[in-house]
Design a binder for this molecule. Structure first.
Ligand code: KG4
Ligand code: ZN
Length: 366
């Protein structure tokens, strides 16, 4: 819980870990109320579209070109003066290292020039607090973080206090959406395109593998589904593409719900009913089927359900500004020597003890 404070905190947040160049200004009141004063997200979709995915070098160069303008626009839209800003929060990882370096260096430069404290924010901690941008949600809560690079269940007891309960052993859920969408011939980014196609499909028309359903533990796996769906996509008629998209979406939603059910059951053992709060965050939380399936599960098991407003599911800087403000409220700031980190697990002890990306890779990412 935050120590008592007399004044509001106003934080400029910067996010450049993937292909969004984003800046935002967020106010965290002394009473804990959150207000997004501005949130600007510059997209690079057109630059990456010809390659069917994000190209790290292109992303980093585009961030360099856009970050000044995006940050100036966020300050202008917020209608505040620099003297009112309490600190600068910039994503310091995990993510595409070139992009992370651009945003972090920009944040450091602003902090140095304006004499403000710097907060080097873990992008995943940003997603973890993102639902708090739209509603008051107290700690602790159970978090399902589902994005393009991550798929994990965590118990969040506060800022810097996360315990990982499970993680994907292969692809992230968003990655599965994107790769299957690509094999269906859909444009990048695949998740939203697949959801639009699925709207007119019958999910019962295809029987897809149900990985890990009912198995112990809270880990995820999407590679079998990805391979099976790609094989069907190669042979299915135009008329049945929507059915396949609907079946894929349902299979992903069901796996997320099955693993979350296990996590809820485990967490309920030491959480009183009034503290059973569930949050789903990350880009895949924008998916209607995923949200509805998880909402049904939460009400069945007696948990409150929370998801960020749609604009704050996918990458944005408001969530980074809020994570920064919460850290600032606790007196947690970083030196100008803070490094950019391509890998930065939220629960380092669990990541070291049970790495989900096995040796040969560069260590625990998520
Ligand atoms: O959180 P995010 O913007 O970036 C990461 O931190 O990874 O998540 C992006 C991911 C992509 O894989 C994208 O396809 C997926 O979220 N996504 C969706 C939807 N909107 C975004 N997946 C399914 N349905 C959607 N509506
Ligand atoms: Zn993200």
């Amino acid at each position: 819980m935050s120590p008592p404070r007399m004044t509001d905190l106003i934080v400029l947040g910067v996010e450049t870990s993937c292909d969004e160049t984003a800046a935002a200004v967020v106010r965290l009141s002394a009473a804990g109320e959150v207000c997004v004063l501005s949130s600007v997200v510059g997209l690079q979709t057109e630059q990456h579209a010809p390659f069917g995915g994000v190209v790290p070098e292109i992303a980093a160069r585009a961030h360099v070109e856009a970050i000044d303008g995006v940050a100036a626009e966020a300050m202008a839209r917020a209608g505040i003066r620099w003297e009112e800003v309490s600190g600068v929060a910039a994503t310091a990882g995990p993510g595409l290292i070139g992009g992370v370096m651009v945003g972090l260096a920009f944040g450091k430069a602003v902090a140095l020039a304006r004499g403000l404290p710097l907060v080097a924010v873990n992008h995943l901690e940003g997603h973890a607090v993102s639902a708090r941008l739209g509603a008051r949600i107290d700690y602790p809560f159970l978090l399902l973080l589902v994005s393009g690079g991550h798929c994990q269940l965590l118990r969040v007891d506060g800022i810097g206090a996360c315990t990982r309960l499970g993680s994907t052993i292969d692809d992230a859920a968003g990655e599965a959406f994107d790769k299957i969408a690509k094999s269906l011939g859909l444009p990048f980014p695949g998740g939203p395109a697949l959801e639009r196609l699925a709207a007119s499909g019958d999910p019962g028309a295809f029987d897809l593998p149900r990985a890990l359903l009912g198995r112990p533990g809270c880990d995820f796996s999407f590679s079998g589904l990805k391979t099976a769906a790609a094989r069907r996509a190669a042979t299915c008629s135009d008329a049945s593409r929507a059915d396949l998209a609907a079946a894929v979406q349902l299979a992903i939603a069901r796996q997320l719900a099955d693993r979350t059910r296990r996590a809820m059951t485990t967490c309920a053992e030491d959480l009183p009913p009034g503290e059973r709060r569930f949050v789903v965050a990350g880009g895949v939380a924008a998916n209607g089927e995923v949200r509805a399936t998880l909402q049904d599960l939460a009400s069945e098991l007696g948990w409150s359900f929370h998801a960020p407003p749609l604009a704050y599911c996918t990458d944005n800087a408001a969530m980074i500004a809020l994570a920064g403000a919460e850290r600032l409220a606790l007196g947690l700031t970083d030196p100008l020597s803070a490094p950019a980190r391509p890998r930065w697990p939220l629960d380092p002890a669990a990541a070291a003890a049970r790495p989900t990306h096995l040796p040969g890779r560069k260590g625990a990412k998520a």
